[in-house]
Design a protein around this ligand. Sequence first.
Ligand SMILES: *Cc1c(COP(=O)(O)O)cnc(C)c1O
Length: 367
Amino acid sequence: MQSISALATSGVQKLVPYQGGKPVSELQRELGLSEIVKLASNENPLGPSTKVLAAIQAGFSELSRYPDGNAFALKAALSEKYKLTSEQITLGNGSNEILEILARAFLTTDSEVVFSQHAFAVYPIVTQSAGATAKVIPAINYGHDLSGMLTAMTDKTRLIFIANPNNPTGTYLTEQALSKFLAAVPEQVIVVLDEAYFEYISKEDYPNSIAWLAQYPNLVITRTFSKAYGLAGLRIGYSLSSPEMADILNRVRQPFNNNALALVAAEVALSDTDYLQQTVALNNAGMKQLTKAFVDLGLSWVASVGNFVSVDLKRDASAINTALLHKGVIVRPVANYEMPHHLRISIGTQAENEFFIRALKAVLADV
Ligand SMILES: *Cc1c(COP(=O)(O)O)cnc(C)c1O
């Protein structure tokens, strides 16, 4: 009998499916636990904003119609916010879709793609799906080695993925480091700056990357409504770029890749500054709460500017992860990111963080 997998392209044959955080309902089914805390997918623990929920409800009556494929209203709101033109904005079904569109638009089986060790798992997936070759550059202290990435570029390099900050490490690159890097990248190489956690960051030396767009037509900045805006379930993200780049991405994009409710929700979410402020304040407090607990437990962690932190358990983390699951806590093992001793904890509400800390203390007392 014909093997179907043998028919797939060689890149796809070698792909390992993306492993997301375990859904709460799955753990409930498996273990029959009543109380479960999920801190595994960097979701917003506040839940969606009430203003957004009202807008979604108002959108129900239009569901028999196709959404606005050009997303006029949302692009207008984004362009107003960022002082860019609508022609510089591309919307994706999550920012992950933008990464995939970039791969489809620019990669062939001859292309090389440069990204860092420990970098976001979607980069190797889209690279391999396109049959291109990944050049994975060893990290330095869990952060990107920008000069190593520059050195790895060849005539075949078409894309560079940079997560700033990176997930699952939470490390970030400064304005100074990145501006030097951009100036050194050849103009035929597309630099994808993935800023999925942008809204959480208050570091003085974190770049205002939008200012670089005028200078670098090969720069693509991706952002999302999944994290700080609390809309992971609706799947909506976007890129900011030169108009020429956006035009290319738009040719590849499916005509109605954003559903109608996601479009109205994102537009209202952008204007809900109170929700965003609450989100960031809760995150800052939660980061302090978790890192204080790590200090108490004698554990170290990778300093993170995102809404998550990877803690070093100083031994294989999988048994600890399993023990946490049995206590109703879902966090994220990161062995597939070459970090087998770490677990990534998404920052939750104060009560969720406390639940996790108590579970971790109990588990560690047992091993
Ligand atoms: C969560 C995340 C994304 C965004 O995913 P969406 O598709 O927008 O939900 C992109 N990049 C990184 C590094 C992330 O962690």
